[in-house]
Write a protein that binds this ligand. Sequence first.
Ligand SMILES: Cc1ncc(COP(=O)(O)O)c(C=O)c1O
Length: 438
Amino acid sequence: MPAPLSRRRFLGRAASAGAGLCLTAAAAEKAASPSSPPPAPAAPVPDWPRWTGSDERALLEVLRSGRWGRTSGGARVKAFETAFAARMQAKHCVATSSGTTALLTALGALGIGPGDEVVIPPYTFVATFNAVTASFALPVFVDSDATTFQIDANKVAAAITPATRLLLPVHIAGSPCDLDRLAALAAERKIKLLEDACQAPLAEWRGRPVGTRGIGGCFSFQASKNLTSGEGGAVLTDDQAFADACYDFHTPGNAKRSPSSGRGANFRLTEFQAALLVSQMETLEAQAKLRDANAALLTAGLAQIPGIKPAGLTPGTTRSGWHLYMFRYEAAQFAGLPRAKFIAALAKAGVAASSGYSALNTSAHVKALAANAHYRRIYGTDAMARWAERNACPVNDRLVEEAVWFGQTKLLGSRADTEKIVAAVADVRRRAGDLAKV
Ligand SMILES: Cc1ncc(COP(=O)(O)O)c(C=O)c1O
């Protein structure tokens, strides 16, 4: 958080801002020129996001156009929707203000609401769960597959009840879950399949980008994502009626494209975000290719180290989006060195890693739903008490204890950088006995 300004410092800044008003038009133009060197940052710039002069120009163009929002006649949101849909081989795209609002838009457009059950995985960001509960539907967790970390498609059928309206699997880490099995199951049970593809731009299933295997897919452009505008999101679909319903849900107004459900909200992306996304798409493929190559190198190296089990890709995956690089860490193969100490030793060697998600299905946030007054009224107190038991996910419980992640920027280094990561892990294993003692 920035330090609060003292009155003196505030006045000092206001004065220099005032002095700026005396610049000539030419000097002001030069000062604002995207080609002029950026001012020295007050703090070290994080390694993500990355930007170029093209991003600076795109933002300035929107600024100077005075058209900052979709409703003020700007063309950037539409341009981004067209570009992203084309890149992902989808017929339609509705851009939204975040991945969460993309999910809310899709759930709203599908008419998911109180009394409906939605199947979700436990190994995901809490937003997947939150989107369901914001719609007052009941999230039902299905356990993870230990090899891929994805929802276990073998276990989904058993979780379906007459109240199930939607399968909402996640392509966690940007790697696809088993879309063939889930699409077949959804078709057989006459329920919808919506992909939480928030981490998965550019991921492919059997040679086709994810997001349109079911009714649609939701994407996030939040600050950490491989394609980012700080915040942002999108729904992709091949279904015209669903696209129209999403459009209407995400923007209040009278000119409706679909029959109204009486629900909706303002979940629009701004022109600034859209301009940045179009510009960021220029470097997306080159970065993705680098991640592909480095992930393959990491997997080849790490898989040789006893106790390190890189997350497998679901058969059918032809490209991961590589938002995260995940593996299981077996402490027993590292002389009992606890995961936290393994991660600390890697950090000391200059390799930042994290332990990833904790167990969502048993978190205080999720458990609180059983006592939520609205949920008790909608689903009944007994059903909400039994709901916690339905959500047991023993495989995932183990996964969250063993998982280790590298963030996507770790995959943007050189071949030598990537080899150093493998060497660092191997070195920690060599020293694990000693490290375990301290
Ligand atoms: C799997 C998943 N779903 C949903 C979201 C929500 O996206 P946002 O943060 O843009 O609202 C995220 C974001 O991190 C995510 O990783």
